[in-house]
Ligand binder design. Structure first.
Ligand code: 7TS
Length: 420
């Protein structure tokens, strides 16, 4: 694991990691798909949800539903308390210094757009630059392109090598007095590369440049400590880490958030409103206009608690072992080329097969009940860099097994037979 990964200050449960016990907690894994046991290897797109998360959401609607931060009545107070407790759970997950540094949003995408429009909108001007990397998801490209277009600024892209590792020297060279922000992925969704974000942040800070980290693919797999990384902003989604869809967070250092203008206007984000002048609520509420996804946030808390019970370090170790096994098994098959062979990787195995289109591979695997993603993975520039239109991507979660990797390898052999 990379040096950016630090041990979370949690006591590991005494139990050994028992994948069958974990699987039993995820109802969907009992589903049959096309007459086969489901082999779900599309976790980078979204992970499945344990019963505890489903129950938390059902319980919220059955016994606790009310709008938050408004009513004086019992249910509203309880929902507010639960919602704010969930903020503390997420705060501890990434070790933010203060719960108010956790802004609830729809997900990573909205978190990045919030920072681009609010921080970027007031700090990036004509002739300025924003630096990203060559392995970004579209979510960490397009918001910056939009900002640069609005402001007459320029997007600069730090390149990577043929293994999918960032060229740190080139990244450092791009950072200049014109750079107003660097936006970098912690883990690449298309390649699995773990970037040395702690070092990348230090290099940027040495030049006075703040850094946003796209943590969508990191938080589900690694212990993340935003204070240790010294990240200025860190965005992530609940649905990729066993929580519900439609909710996520962007962490921001308090001083930065306090200096930033609101992102959206509406209820809950104000202190007072008159037709002449409106004043803003304090952070994080300044950035949370309107009724939030309360059930989602409460479900997310259950997901974090579930991860903590299993132990993030254990999850990381299990997934690392699976990735190594899958890399060996799949990489040894004739005609297969693995795309993304960085030294430091997490949970993603992207590959192509000579003379077979990835979509055909995905379709044949689907017939076997194996769910993988095929396509450009919302990272078209990554595909372009490797001179391919698409890859097949298997991505792992805590409930995946070696037997499922064997099933994948078996499915790939079938693909080769069909296309022989
Ligand atoms: N950043 C990275 C690195 C991602 O992998 C994703 C989603 C996002 C941002 C956006 O997250 P969202 O929750 O706001 O949608 N990645 C993928 C994927 O790899 N397949 O489907 C979605």
């Amino acid at each position: 694991m990379s040096a950016t990964v630090v041990a979370r200050s949690e006591t590991l449960p005494a139990l050994a990691f028992d994948v069958e016990k974990i699987r039993a907690d995820f109802p969907i894994l009992r589903e049959k798909v096309r007459g086969h046991e489901l082999v779900y290897l599309d976790n980078a797109a979204t992970s499945q949800k344990p019963q505890a998360v489903i129950d938390a959401i059902v319980e919220y609607y059955e016994t606790g539903n009310a709008n938050i931060h408004r009513g004086v009545h019992f249910l509203s107070e309880k929902a507010t308390e639960d919602f704010e407790q969930a903020r503390q759970t997420v705060q501890r997950l990434v070790n933010a210094a203060d719960a108010s540094e956790i802004v609830f949003v729809r997900g990573t995408t909205e978190g990045i757009n919030l920072v681009a429009q609010s921080y970027g909108g007031s700090n990036v001007g004509a002739g300025d630059e924003v630096v990203i990397t060559a392995m970004e998801h579209h979510s960490n490209i397009v918001p910056w392109q939009m900002l640069c277009e609005q402001k007459g600024a320029r997007l600069r892209v730090a390149p990577m090598n043929d293994r999918g590792e960032l060229l740190l020297d080139e990244y450092e060279k791009l950072l200049s007095e014109r750079t107003k922000l660097a936006a970098i992925s912690h883990v690449s969704n298309a390649l699995g590369t773990i970037n040395p974000v702690k070092r990348m942040i230090a290099v940027a800070h040495a030049k006075g440049i703040p850094v946003l980290v796209d943590g969508a693919q990191a938080v589900p797999h690694l212990a993340v400590d935003v204070q240790d990384l010294d990240a200025d902003f860190y965005a992530f989604s609940a649905h990729k880490m066993y929580g519900p869809t439609g909710v996520g967070a962007v962490y921001g250092k308090k001083a930065l958030l306090e200096a930033m203008p609101p992102y959206q206007g509406g209820g809950d984000m104000i202190s007072s409103v008159t037709f002449e002048k409106t004043t803003w609520n304090k952070v994080p509420h300044k950035f949370e206009a309107g009724t939030p996804d309360m059930a989602g946030v409460i479900g997310w808390r259950a997901a974090v608690e579930y991860m903590n019970r299993v132990g993030v370090a254990r999850i990381a170790a299990h997934e690392h072992e699976l990735l190594e096994y899958a890399t060996q098994m799949v990489g040894a098959l004739p005609g297969v080329r693995i795309v993304g062979t960085a030294k430091e990787k997490a949970s993603v195995l992207s590959f192509v097969i000579e003379d077979v289109h990835p979509h055909d591979i995905g379709t044949i695997l689907d017939q076997e009940g194996i769910a993988v993603r095929t396509g450009h993975h919302c990272a078209q520039p990554v595909m372009e860099r490797f001179g391919i239109p698409a890859t097949v991507r298997a991505s792992f979660a805590m409930y995946n097994t070696r037997e499922e990797v064997d099933a994948l390898a078996h499915g790939i052999r079938k693909v080769r037979e069909v296309f022989a």
